[in-house]
Design a protein around this ligand. Structure first.
Ligand code: ADP
Ligand code: F6P
Length: 324
């Protein structure tokens, strides 16, 4: 394997607070090691359009505290086509990119895996608010997102209590319940609904609301994951069945923005730096991870084969505390 001289960096899939801190760490670690750095705008879509530019130290000045990604992000469905992947690898070679850091989620790692098969050294850095990357206990953006959602839910809870209402608050997580679970615990919710657990038994939900009200509870907070969704219609049905005024609040994309927390900045920095070190050491088809208190990395094929669930004990603790 030839010596790495130039690395590329892109962000792909849903953005996440802390991606900028990761970009900064990638760029500055690479420059420190004497490498050239090419920024690629708009993920794989931008790579195919050759939206590639030189990055210097000042290119990443003043970004560590900013949410979003200065490289922009995109989804690129055509990247599933092997001919398109070959074209992308040729573009990397044309621009002298012999190592590529991909900051994104599982989908983006599949793209990185495909490029590695086409001869480009790739390393993935886990960036998603959903925490749903199996090989790692931490993903860039989750900490900021749950803190943003937690603060918002506290506010809804205040007004919900004043009006003695029931509130259904929808948080992000189309396929994963980590945000819902963490917010449910952090906000002292009465119910948490998420795809891996909720069996759709609305009558049971209604019964619990009625029991809680009889026992003197002045609000009933239901944290509902996007994967269950339909919060507005659920609120109407719950109100009709319980006779208790019920409101739905969908937090939406506010959870993806904002200045990253200290944890997101620090972990993103450590992960970005590690990605460059892996490339320098001759690694490819790897993904950076945080596991059992250590920053580490895995083969992408192995990482993508792993499974991850919302820990059962979190749900058990929640159920015990929620009994009134
Ligand atoms: P995330 O990276 O957050 O999981 P997506 O699943 O939307 O987000 O994936 C981001 C992009 O990664 C897709 O738009 C596509 O360009 C690329 N990608 C996803 N799956 C594959 C795949 N199986 N093969 C190649 N590229 C993929
Ligand atoms: O993967 C992060 C995420 O925010 C999911 O929780 C959510 O389902 C999805 O992205 C929404 O994506 P979009 O940007 O397409 O609305």
């Amino acid at each position: 394997m030839g010596k790495i001289e130039t690395i590329g960096v892109l962000t792909s899939g849903g953005d996440a607070p802390g991606m900028n801190a990761a970009i900064r760490a990638v760029v500055r670690t690479a420059l420190y090691q004497g490498l050239k750095v090419k920024g690629i705008r708009r993920g794989y879509a931008g790579l195919l359009k050759e939206e590639i530019f030189d990055m210097e130290t000042h290119s990443v000045s003043d970004i560590i505290a900013r949410g979003g990604t200065i490289l922009y992000t995109a989804r690129c469905p055509e990247f599933l086509d092997v001919e398109v992947q070959k074209k992308a690898a040729d573009i990397c070679r044309k621009h002298g990119i012999d190592g590529l850091v991909v900051i994104g989620g599982d989908g983006s790692f599949r793209g990185a895996q495909a490029l590695a098969k086409q001869g480009i050294n790739t390393v993935g850095v886990p960036g998603t608010i959903d925490l749903d990357i199996a090989c790692t206990e931490y993903t860039i953006g989750f900490d900021t997102a749950v803190n943003t959602a937690m603060e918002a839910i506290d506010k809804v809870r205040d007004t919900s209590t004043s009006h003695e209402r029931c509130s259904i608050i929808e948080v992000m997580g189309r396929h994963a319940g980590f945000i819902a679970m963490w917010c449910g615990l952090a906000n002292g919710a009465e119910d948490i609904l998420f795809p891996e657990k909720y069996d759709g038994d609305e009558q049971e939900l209604v019964n619990r609301i009625i029991i809680h009200r009889k026992l003197g509870k002045r609000h009933h907070i239901i944290v509902n994951a996007e994967g269950i969704g339909h919060s507005a219609s659920m609120a109407k049905r719950v109100e009709a069945a319980t006779g208790i005024e019920t409101r739905a609040t969908i937090l939406g994309h506010m959870q993806r923005g904002g200045s990253p927390t200290c944890k997101d900045r620090v972990y993103a920095t450590m992960m970005g730096a590690r990605a460059v070190e892996i490339l320098l050491a001759g690694g490819s088809n790897r993904v950076v991870a945080y596991k059992q208190g250590e920053f580490t990395d895995f083969d992408i094929d192995e990482a993508l084969a792993m499974q991850k669930q919302v820990p059962e004990n979190m749900y058990e603790v929640f159920r015990k505390l929620e009994r009134f």
